[in-house]
Design a protein. Structure first.
Length: 171
């Protein structure tokens, strides 16, 4: 197989394997933007319920029950449509990855909204991979491709799409 064909197939396979994670990642942002007027809206029920571990919040305001609910809905829908429990595991794993990222950032003293390069763009893929590992084998090339896709897409959306995207969301 020619390199170009192999590379294209690798990207298609990776996108298919992590599809539920990608859908979860963008859906949480859409749901949050649609239902909550401000990013610090008090209607958000945080997963850590305001708890602290030392001087920092356990997770922080950015991870709420709404994101977990979105992950379950997306995963369940994909499971029903595609007939594989795998997609539910991927979506829940993606949510776990974002929660773990927030936990790590709080331990490092990084506040909400401040970046942690690479991890901020790929946390959902890493979480999906961790949750999928007990039930399937994801090759290293597929994982690396998924991380690269997530990093590139996430970065481009943040640079190009976020300002115009917010204006489209009903407030």
């Amino acid at each position: 197989m020619a390199f170009t064909q192999w590379w294209l197939q690798l990207n298609i396979d990776s996108a298919a394997i992590f599809a539920a994670a990608y859908v979860f990642n963008i859906s949480v942002y859409i749901v949050y933007s649609y239902f909550f007027l401000e990013e610090t809206d008090e209607k958000t029920l945080c997963l850590d319920l305001g708890g602290r571990l030392g001087e920092h919040r356990i997770i922080g305001d950015s991870r709420g029950f709404s994101g977990t609910l979105v992950a379950l809905i997306i995963g369940y829908t994909a499971w029903m449509l595609l007939g594989s429990l795998y997609h539910l595991v991927i979506a829940v794993g993606a949510n776990f990855g974002t929660i773990l990222n927030s936990f790590i950032k709080r331990r490092l003293g990084i506040e909400r909204g401040e970046g942690l390069p690479f991890l901020d763009q790929t946390d959902f893929i890493l979480g999906a991979f961790l949750f999928a590992t007990p039930i399937t084998t994801i090759s290293l090339p597929i994982l690396i491709t998924g991380l690269a896709q997530a990093f590139i897409i996430h970065t481009l959306v943040n640079i190009c799409g976020r300002p115009s995207w917010k204006s489209l969301i009903k407030k």
